[in-house]
Design a protein around this ligand. Structure first.
Ligand SMILES: [Zn+2]
Length: 92
């Protein structure tokens, strides 16, 4: 089994530590970057946000006028991931 690096969905730093488990039993992580305002996150937040089809769905929902919170809820990702995906998209 290959250990993949876990990156913070907000600052993309790998300076993260394990931080207990969520109610669902999933591993929770905590970002240790001092300037980062993201406290804890789950790995699914990170990887779902980086999948091209999820990015596309985020973009489509934004075009259709969906709010960040709505998009996050529908796609089951964190609002931070939505914001980051939209930021990256507009910087191209
Ligand atoms: Zn961070």
């Amino acid at each position: 089994m290959v250990l993949e690096p876990v990156l913070c969905p907000a600052c993309e730093s790998d300076n993260v530590v394990k931080h207990g488990r969520a109610e669902t039993g999933k591993q929770r992580y905590k970002c240790r970057t001092r300037e980062c305002n993201r406290s804890t996150f789950m790995r699914d937040d990170v990887y779902r946000g980086y999948l091209p089809d999820v990015k596309q769905q985020i973009a489509d929902m934004a075009v259709n006028g969906s709010g960040i919170r709505d998009t996050a809820r529908v796609l089951k990702i964190s609002p931070t991931t939505v914001i980051e995906a939209l930021k990256k998209r507009s910087s191209h």
